[in-house]
Write a protein that binds this ligand. Structure first.
Ligand code: AMP
Ligand code: TRP
Length: 335
């Protein structure tokens, strides 16, 4: 097998809750950009097998899968350019997981930060949680992906996938490598903080979900933690979580002005405080997602449209998957 000639872009997102600004700026925004740069070569999937490591509620899982698909479509995923599918619609991925598990050291998995964090937080690990990175590596190599656009928290998992590719090729097909080495691709904002300043994450309960608006958005933004700088005094720029959010939405030119309000504690001669900064965030977030919010509401009423996209995506994805799994099985001596 020769390495894929063209870039092949792949990424997954877990349907474990409503998508938030960390997902959007860390991953989804670049997924959407890449579909225009590489039409026909982007695959994005909803990682429902992965979600089972934390979610045990069948109705919630089904609803979340729909929600993630709807959100991608509302934000502009074009099914003509990018393939959107459900991970479990391509069950070959579990077969490849097994093949990769035979060349993966326990020590490699034991070093996974996300696994160690969960154990440190008193989550009793299942074997599935432990082998999560193997399933993720299988996701990546099954489609012969060359680039994997993700947020910073996923870098280690991709390095592990690189190791598994090397081990598999060395073990089974050193003269004619079957698997392609993937490279991570970070967005401009690979780390988005949550309202408490830690990493924004569903599991920390510190997210701002994408389509919040009106009163609910005002309430959530009101909860962003700030220090006790007195109103009208200069505000700290580098450590301010509100400012970090403003950086996501405003242009560098606009940020120059906002930074000046922070440094002086004044705007147009009037005192400028955190309340004003939060108002700037609410205004821009509301307008940034206005069109997507409307499309999202339309798709809520058209679940069969969403389902069709997923079904057609799975047909395309499965075709690629079958070719790879056949090559892998042949290399191992299973075919
Ligand atoms: P998850 O919700 O864990 O499935 O994450 C889906 C995608 O969003 C992955 O590419 C993550 O790296 C990215 N992501 C999640 N949280 C953040 C964050 N706080 N900052 C940047 N990227 C994130
Ligand atoms: N583990 C990723 C996350 O939590 C989701 C994921 C599963 C993924 N399989 C993948 C991301 C393959 C990129 C490629 O964010």
């Amino acid at each position: 097998m020769q390495p894929a000639a063209k870039p092949r872009i792949l990424s997954g997102i877990q349907p474990s809750g409503i998508l938030h600004l960390g997902n959007y700026f860390g991953a989804i925004a670049q997924h959407l950009e890449l579909q225009h740069a590489h039409p026909g070569e982007c695959l994005y999937f909803i990682a429902d097998y992965h979600a089972l490591t934390t979610l045990r509620d069948a109705d919630a899982l089904r609803a979340n899968v729909q929600d993630v698909a709807r959100t991608y479509l509302a934000l502009g995923l074009d099914p003509q350019k990018a393939t959107l599918f459900r991970q479990s619609d391509v069950p070959e991925v579990t077969e490849l997981t097994w093949l990769l598990s035979t060349v993966t050291g326990v020590g490699l998995l034991e070093r996974a930060h996300s696994y160690k964090d969960k154990v440190a937080n008193n989550i009793r690990p299942s074997v599935g949680l432990f082998t999560y990175p193997i399933l993720m590596a299988a996701d990546i190599v099954l489609y012969r992906s060359t680039h994997v656009p993700v947020g910073k928290d996923q870098l280690q998992h991709i390095e592990m996938a690189q190791d598994m590719v090397t081990h598999f090729n060395q073990a089974f097909c050193p003269d004619a490598p079957v698997l392609q080495r993937p490279e991570p691709r970070l967005s401009k904002y690979p780390y988005v903080p949550g309202i408490d300043g830690r990493k924004m994450s569903k599991s920390y309960g510190n997210t701002i979900t994408l389509f919040l608006s009106g009163k609910k958005l005002r309430k959530r933004v009101g909860q962003i933690v700030t220090d006790s700088t007195e109103f009208g005094q200069p505000l700290p720029l580098k450590t301010c979580t509100v400012y970090k959010f403003l950086e996501l939405f405003y242009t560098p030119k606009e940020l120059e002005d906002i930074a000046e309000y922070y440094r002086t504690g004044r705007r147009d001669g009037e005192p400028f405080g955190y309340g004003h900064a939060k108002k700037l965030l609410i205004e821009r977030m509301t307008s940034h997602f206005a069109d997507a919010r409307v499309r999202y509401e339309q798709l809520v009423k058209a679940p069969e449209e969403v389902e069709n996209v997923l079904r057609e995506g799975a047909v395309r994805a499965r075709k690629l998957a079958r070719a790879t799994i056949a090559d892998c099985k042949r290399a191992c001596g299973l075919l």
